[in-house]
Design a protein around this ligand. Structure first.
Ligand code: SF4
Length: 92
C-alpha cells in the first residue's frame, strides 16, 4: 500500500509520560468517541473490555479528526505535542 509506505517514512518522537491527547474519564463513550476506533488514521483509539475508549497517542499524525469529532462531547483533551515531539512529516 503506497500510503502506508509513505507514512512509514514519517518519524515519531514519543514524549514519554506526557501524551498530548487524553480521553477524559467516562462511563459510556458517545457514538462520536467510539467512531474514532475505526476512523483515526493512525489507529490510536481502541475499546477496552469495559466498553470504554482508550487512546495511545504514539504515532498520532495530528490530523485533528478526533478533536473535531469530539468537539461537542468534550470527551477528549487535545493539545499539540511540545516542540520537538510528535510526528515529523517527511515530504517528497
Ligand atoms: Fe488519530 Fe488524528 Fe486524533 Fe491523532 S489527531 S489521534 S491521528 S484522529
Amino acid at each position: 500500500n503506497r500510503i502506508e509506505e509513505k507514512l512509514y517514512q514519517n518519524r515519531y518522537m514519543v514524549d514519554a509520560g506526557r501524551p498530548h491527547i487524553k480521553v477524559r474519564e467516562h462511563a459510556v463513550p458517545s457514538e462520536a468517541l467510539k467512531s474514532l476506533v475505526t476512523t483515526c488514521p493512525a489507529g490510536c483509539y481502541s475499546e477496552n473490555e469495559q466498553g470504554k475508549v482508550e487512546i495511545v497517542a504514539d504515532g498520532c499524525m495530528e490530523c485533528g479528526t478526533c478533536r473535531v469529532v469530539c468537539a461537542e462531547t468534550g470527551e477528549i483533551e487535545w493539545n499539540y505535542p511540545r516542540g520537538g515531539y510528535g510526528v515529523l512529516f517527511k515530504f517528497g
